[in-house]
Design a protein around this ligand. Structure first.
Ligand code: PEP
Length: 257
């Protein structure tokens, strides 16, 4: 089965209700580009308002707590974001691993909580520039993913539908310089092998692997032409409907893989 390209906007800590008009424009444009699955992960405060109005796009969260509830001031559980209308959650983003000291074990606990709450997950991974330059990026990403993804388990059903991996080299995020297509191709091939090792050919072979890091309308087509690239996680360029849907449009074009 070939999955539709998955184009996900990560609004990070951007967006008040004034941004709802942009979300509406994205939703309207997505209705005209059904070959692509478009999704938005706004700040928590905008999940419900966007979900309420959206006809085509799905809405997700950028994080959730690993517990279902309790004395955790300021935190939000997977059940709560699902209740607000989220269908997925981004986990293990490098800005949370770095800025909030999230370990692989914590990210895995969050992933298990999210799946238990009925959410899909987008599991982020990626090396920093020192690791890339030392030649150990593949080993690093494999180890990071192995420790962050939910352990294979008989109860873990429908992995291909519910787990997406986002390869996001830290040095490419927000810098304007995406990874080369060779580097993306090599890493996505390795991630595919790992997913098959973990979850088997049927599920691990079908789960989406998307790329993130300075994707914009100008470079999207060449990135989507790389084998094993099933879409994109987009930060800065997802903040306006014009640039975000420019990327989605490129994903809908036929490629030779
Ligand atoms: C991100 O933070 O997930 C991201 C990919 O950001 P940008 O597109 O701005 O590099």
């Amino acid at each position: 089965m070939t999955r539709r390209p998955y184009i996900v906007g990560n609004w990070k800590m951007h967006g008040t209700r004034a941004m709802l008009s942009e979300a509406r424009a994205i939703d309207r444009a997505a209705q005209r580009h059904m070959k692509v699955e478009v999704a938005l992960a706004p700040p928590f405060t905008l999940i419900h308002p966007i979900h309420r109005e959206a006809e085509q796009i799905s809405v997700g969260a950028q994080d959730c707590h690993q517990a279902d509830g309790g004395a955790f001031t300021g935190d939000i559980s997977a059940t709560m974001v699902a209740d607000a209308g989220a269908k997925f959650v981004i986990l293990g983003h490098s800005e949370r691993r770095q800025g909030h000291s999230e370990t692989d074990a914590l990210v895995r606990a969050k992933a298990e909580a999210a799946l238990a709450a009925g959410l899909r997950i987008i599991m982020c991974c990626g090396e920093n520039i020192e690791t890339r330059e030392s030649g150990s990026a593949v080993a690093f990403v494999r180890a990071q993913l192995k420790a962050s993804l939910p352990a294979p388990d008989e109860a873990l059903a429908d992995v291909a539908e519910r787990i997406t991996v986002a390869y996001e080299p830290i040095w490419a995020i927000g810098t304007g310089t995406a990874a080369t297509t060779d580097d993306i191709g090599e890493m996505h091939t390795e991630i595919r092998k790992l997913l098959v090792e973990l979850y088997g050919e049927e599920q691990g072979g079908e789960a989406r692997i998307i790329y993130g890091g300075s994707v914009k309308p100008e470079n999207a087509a060449e990135i989507f032409a790389v084998p094993e690239v099933g879409g994109a996680l987009v930060g800065g360029a997802s903040l306006t409907a014009d640039s975000f849907m420019g990327i989605a449009l490129a994903a809908g074009e036929p490629t030779d893989h």
